[in-house]
Design a protein around this ligand. Structure first.
Ligand code: UDP
Length: 254
């Protein structure tokens, strides 16, 4: 088989040229990084789980009218997505204090916030993705005020959907990060949810025990990351009980 053209390689995913114009193939690697890639590891099965979980969340969002880049899963590690122009922002939504916010404000992790709070980081690894106010975003032309209004509305819908889905399986959505892309349809530009939604980019705590079921398990050496992600997938009914190994050979979905 002819090798596909690589479009972009990031820390956890690779993008290849897709079969049709305007599409890409997104490949999920097993690589995990934290603290701006200072901590690195290969975690067997992570890519398979994130491919499935991102498919699950993005399909749910598409089905309730929140547009995403997801088109279809191709096999265990790859999905077909729409090609977008990524807005260089990490859009972070927080329901409970944790991570950098807990540290910055001296709040205990898990403190419920008065309402969901959205913040933006400028996507630049060399700078360590600095937190930026809306005024910077508009002044530097990364997004317009109208874009930001649309992004906030999208982020809040994603938050309500994800919080509800996770609550239904006994998991509290502490915070998450999404990325937004632009697509053009004739002369119209639309903003859609892009990148991935997985335990790599969310904080997920068991409601009863507070056990962490997300990338903090890796960041803070709390145990086996694949086990944590498998638990999320199992509760959501995304995986057979045997975990990633029970998923069988890759099959092409038409
Ligand atoms: N996050 C992410 N990618 C990043 C930074 C943050 O996916 O480059 C996610 C992170 O997993 C968490 C949320 O965004 O769910 C908020 O992260 P925070 O700002 O607290 O940063 P951290 O503590 O991870 O440095």
């Amino acid at each position: 088989m002819a090798r596909r053209k690589l479009v972009y390689e990031g820390k956890a995913k690779i993008l290849y040229e897709g079969p049709e114009p305007g599409t890409l193939v997104q490949y999920f690697k097993d690589d995990a990084t934290a603290f701006n890639a200072e901590k690195k590891a290969t975690i067997e099965g992570k890519g398979v789980l994130n491919n499935r979980l991102s498919e699950f969340f993005m399909t749910g969002l598409n089905n309730i009218g929140v547009p995403t880049h997801f088109l279809k899963r191709l096999n265990m590690r790859e999905q077909l997505i729409r090609s977008v122009e990524i807005i260089p922002l990490e859009v972070i939504v927080r329901n409970f204090a944790a991570g950098s916010m807990a540290k910055r404000l001296g709040l205990e992790e898990g403190t419920q916030l008065p309402r969901p709070i959205i913040e933006f980081s400028y996507k630049d690894d060399a700078l360590g993705d600095p937190l930026v106010p809306e005024e910077y975003i508009i002044a530097f032309g990364w997004a317009t005020q109208q874009d930001l209004d649309d992004i906030v509305a999208l982020a809040l819908r994603v938050n309500d959907y994800l919080s509800g889905v996770m609550y239904g399986v006994g998991i509290k959505l502490i915070d998450f990060k999404i990325e937004i892309g632009r697509i053009w349809e004739n002369d119209f530009m639309r903003l859609i949810v892009a990148d991935e939604i997985s335990p790599d980019s969310c904080r997920l705590w068991d409601i009863e025990t507070g056990q962490k079921l997300d990338k903090d398990v890796f960041r803070r050496d709390l145990g086996n990351l694949t086990d944590a992600y498998t638990e999320v997938a199992r509760r959501l009914g995304v995986l057979p009980n045997g975990g990633p190994a029970a998923m069988g050979k890759p099959t092409l979905i038409n």
